[in-house]
Write a protein that binds this ligand. Structure first.
Ligand code: EPU
Length: 333
C-alpha cells in the first residue's frame, strides 16, 4: 500500500494536466482496500484507473484511489469458452496481448485502448465493432455504501454505448476484478470499415491490424497528451438527422442507422465540418488526424485551455447542426 499527501497527478493522467491531489492511495489487494479507514481520508474520494479517460479541471481537494490488483487467472485454458478473472489494476492492453498470445478470441478488436481493467468495466470501452460488454460475464466490487463485497452479472451492469450502471452510482462501487469469457473457437469480427479483409488467422493477427489502424489515427499517449475521443458520437432522431442533412448543404453526411429509427453521426465529422481540425486554444489543440481527440499539443495545456476549446466546439457544432455534443471524457471537478 502506498499513501502520499499533496501528490502530483501529472504522470497519472494521460492528458498530462499538471494537477495535484490532497491524498493519493494505491493498494495491492482487495484486503488492503477493505482495511482502509475511509472516514479519515480527505474527501471527496475518487477512484481512477489509468487516467486515460479523464480531465482534471483543477487540483483535487480529496483522495485519489488507485488499484494495483494485477492478477490474471485462467479457469481452464483447454475449454472452448475460457473464463478469465482479471484484477482491476491490470493494464488493459497487456491483458489483450496476453489473451491473444493464448490464442483466445474476443478482445483482439479492443487492442491498444489505453487504461486499466476496472475503468474498462465502468466505461464499457469499445472499438472496431466490439465493446467490453461482449466479453464480460461478471464484475466484482467493493460497495463503499454497504461496506461489503458484491458481484454483478453483465446484465446487472446495464451496459450501453460508453454507459454502465456504475456511472449511475458514481463513487459507490470500487471494482476489484472482472470475469471475462473468451473463445478458443475462431470468432473474428471484421465488419468495421478498415478491418475488412485483414488476416484473421489468429487473434494476434487481428490485434496487429487493429494496432496499425489505431497508430495511424490516434495520438500515442506516451508522445502527446490526450484522453482519446473527447466527445461521444451523438445518437439523434430521424427528424434531427434531416436537419443535419439540410445544414450539410449537399455534403454527404456519414451516419449509422440504429434500432428504433435513431441515427449515429460521427462527432469527428461534425467537428471537422465546423473547421476545427488543428484549432488551438492556449496549449490545447484539436488533433489533425482525428478531430474527435483534443490533445495537449504544447505539453503545457491547462485545464482551462481544454475546457475553452471544448466549449467552442460544442457551441459551433450546435449553431451549425443543432446537435449538442456530450463529452466522453469524465470531467473531475
Ligand atoms: N471523420 C471525419 N474526419 C476525420 C476523421 C473521421 O469526418 O478527420 C469521420 C469519418 O466519417 C469516419 C468517422 O468520423 O468514418 C468515424 O471515425 P472512426 O472510425 O475513426 O471512429 P470514431 O467514431 O471517430 C469511435 C470511438 C473510438 C474508437 C473508434 C473505432 C467513440 C467516442 N469513439 O471513434 O474510441 O477507437 O470508433 O472503433 O465512440 C475512445 O473512446 O477514446 C476511442 C478512441
Amino acid at each position: 500500500m502506498r499513501k502520499e499527501l499533496n501528490f502530483d497527478l501529472t504522470p497519472l493522467n494521460t492528458f498530462r494536466m499538471k494537477v495535484r491531489c490532497a491524498c493519493f492511495i494505491e493498494y495491492d489487494s482487495e484486503e488492503e482496500l477493505t482495511s482502509l479507514d475511509f472516514e479519515s481520508l480527505p474527501k471527496p474520494l475518487k477512484h481512477i484507473g489509468g487516467g486515460s479517460n479523464l480531465l482534471f479541471t483543477g487540483d483535487f481537494p480529496g483522495t485519489i484511489l488507485h488499484s494495483r490488483i494485477r492478477h490474471v487467472k485462467y479457469v481452464d485454458l483447454g475449454l472452448d469458452e475460457v473464463p478469465v478473472i482479471a484484477g482491476s489494476g491490470v493494464v488493459w492492453d497487456k491483458l489483450v496481448e496476453e489473451l491473444c498470445g493464448h490464442g483466445l478470441w474476443g478482445a483482439e478488436n479492443l487492442s491498444l485502448i489505453p487504461g486499466e481493467v476496472g475503468a474498462a468495466a465502468v466505461q464499457n470501452i469499445g472499438a472496431y465493432g466490439v465493446e467490453f460488454k461482449d466479453i464480460v460475464t461478471g464484475v466484482v466490487c467493493y460497495d463503499l455504501k454497504e461496506r461489503r463485497k458484491c458481484k454483478f452479472t453483465a446484465a446487472e451492469c446495464a451496459y450501453g454505448y460508453r454507459e454502465s450502471m456504475f456511472k449511475e452510482f458514481p463513487g459507490r462501487y470500487i471494482i476489484t476484478s472482472v470475469l471475462l469469457r473468451l473463445s478458443r473457437k475462431p470468432r473474428p469480427r471484421l465488419s468495421y470499415k478498415g478491418l475488412e479483409g485483414v488476416d484473421a488467422s489468429s487473434p494476434a493477427a487481428v490485434r496487429e491490424a487493429v494496432i496499425k489502424i489505431r497508430r495511424s489515427k490516434l495520438p500515442d499517449p506516451e508522445e502527446l497528451g490526450s484522453a482519446g475521443s473527447f466527445f461521444k458520437n451523438p445518437v439523434i432522431s430521424a427528424m434531427d438527422f434531416a436537419k443535419v442533412i439540410d445544414a450539410a448543404q449537399g455534403e454527404a453526411v456519414p451516419h449509422f442507422l440504429l434500432e428504433g429509427g435513431f441515427v449515429k453521426v460521427p462527432a469527428a465529422w461534425l467537428i471537422d465540418q465546423c473547421g476545427f481540425k488543428g484549432e488551438k486554444e492556449g496549449g490545447a489543440q484539436v488533433y489533425e488526424k482525428q478531430p474527435l481527440v483534443i490533445v495537449n499539443g504544447s505539453g503545457e495545456a491547462s485545464p482551462a485551455d481544454v475546457l475553452e476549446l471544448e466549449r467552442r466546439i460544442i457551441a459551433s457544432v450546435h449553431e451549425r447542426f443543432g446537435i449538442t455534443l456530450h463529452p466522453e471524457v469524465e470531467h473531475i471537478i
